[in-house]
Design a protein around this ligand. Structure first.
Ligand code: NAP
Length: 317
């Protein structure tokens, strides 16, 4: 689908926005490249909901004012992305047990005058993993990174019965996450370093590898993956949370070694679908949301390759 077709599809919807339309949004800083508006604006009409989903760039020091304002405006629901997932917490009335444990909120629900924080990243990742045919129960999982998304994923995998090894650049952060999992979920997590010998040993033992770091993410697509290509093997299921590019260097190397692979599109679609379900009580069309993310990414990358002059010529066509 090209950008022009995207616009043609949207025009009747813009005309349909009325005084009764519900508004949903994502807040981030920066936010220009978010995939959330296209995927939610595809899902809302398919669910029969008169609504529109938009994005706002909000600096962390403004998050309290923003949430209060959105609640006053009667907004249907709010998503949060980097760097607001933790900053929003002091401005909420209540956290779901999952959000409280992970320490990050990606979805805010306004209900009965209260602001409730949820985290749908953990369940979103698990749903995408299972949809791709991988079962975490009893699996040995190596996780690269110990940041915000690693926290959500480690909790989800530990609850689902996996054995975890956390490999992080800053060892203390990895150890802290492992301790938290072992104390509060199940005694199933240990740590190793990112040194090549450790990586090779852990990868040779693992069933699933998850990259939760931003290494390989656009525009740094040529950066060397943390895992050496020849340490990947056909028995490994390799996941990269990155969705831009659709195939990172890590996933390409894994595919070449015969491993099954999964990019971050499925997680993005599932976490968005779970948020929509919290706000509306309806079941969202995940496959449509996933396809929309993929088409939007392809269309944007084609536009980038065209360059600004040809892009504007193509937009005018
Ligand atoms: P974060 O909290 O900043 O954590 C980043 C982690 O990556 C940290 O553990 C950091 O290690 C490690 N790291 C960063 N650069 C590194 C490098 N050059 N070498 C080794 N380790 C490095 O970020 P996040 O929120 O977890 O997000 C991470 C990635 O996940 C991003 O690419 C984001 O787009 C993606 N993501 C995708 C989805 C989805 O729905 N598909 C959802 C959330 C996030 P230190 O601890 O040593 O700093």
């Amino acid at each position: 689908m090209c950008g022009g077709e995207n616009r043609k599809q949207l025009e009747p919807r813009l005309a349909a926005i009325s005084g009764k339309s519900r508004v949903f949004c994502v807040l981030g800083h920066p936010i220009a490249h978010t995939m959330s508006p296209p995927m939610h604006n595809a899902a809302l009409p398919a669910m029969g909901i008169d609504g529109v989903y938009v994005a706002f760039d909000v600096a962390p020091e403004q998050i309290g004012t923003a949430i209060e304002g959105l609640q006053a405006l009667g907004v249907g629901g709010v998503n949060l992305t980097i760097p607001l997932k933790e900053a929003v917490i002091p401005h909420l009335d209540e956290l779901s047990p999952e959000a409280a444990f992970i320490g990050a909120v990606n979805t805010v629900q306004f209900t009965k005058g209260r602001r409730i924080g949820h985290n749908t990243d953990a369940r979103g990742f698990l749903a995408s993993l299972r949809a791709a045919g991988a079962e975490p129960d009893g699996a040995r999982v190596a996780i690269l990174g110990a940041g915000g998304s690693a926290r959500a994923i480690a909790v989800a995998l530990a609850r689902a019965g996996a054995e975890l090894v956390l490999l992080n650049r800053t060892p203390e952060r990895g150890a802290e996450l492992a301790d938290r999992i072992n104390t509060h979920v199940r005694p199933c997590a240990r740590t190793a370093s990112l040194e090549e010998s450790d990586l090779r040993r852990e990868l040779s033992r693992a069933d699933i590898l998850v990259n939760t770091t931003s290494v390989g993410m656009s525009p740094h697509v040529d950066d060397a993956p943390l895992a050496p290509a020849d340490a990947l093997h056909a028995g490994l299921f390799v996941c990269d949370l990155i969705y831009n590019p659709l195939e990172t260097r890590l996933l390409a190397a894994a595919r070449e070694r015969g491993a099954r692979t999964l990019n971050g599109v499925g997680m993005l679609a599932h976490q968005g679908a779970l948020a929509l379900e919290i706000w509306t009580g309806q079941t969202p069309p995940v496959a449509l949301m996933e396809a929309t993310i993929r088409e939007t990414l392809i269309s944007r990358s084609q536009m980038n390759q065209l360059g600004p002059q040809q892009e504007s010529a193509s937009k005018n066509a």
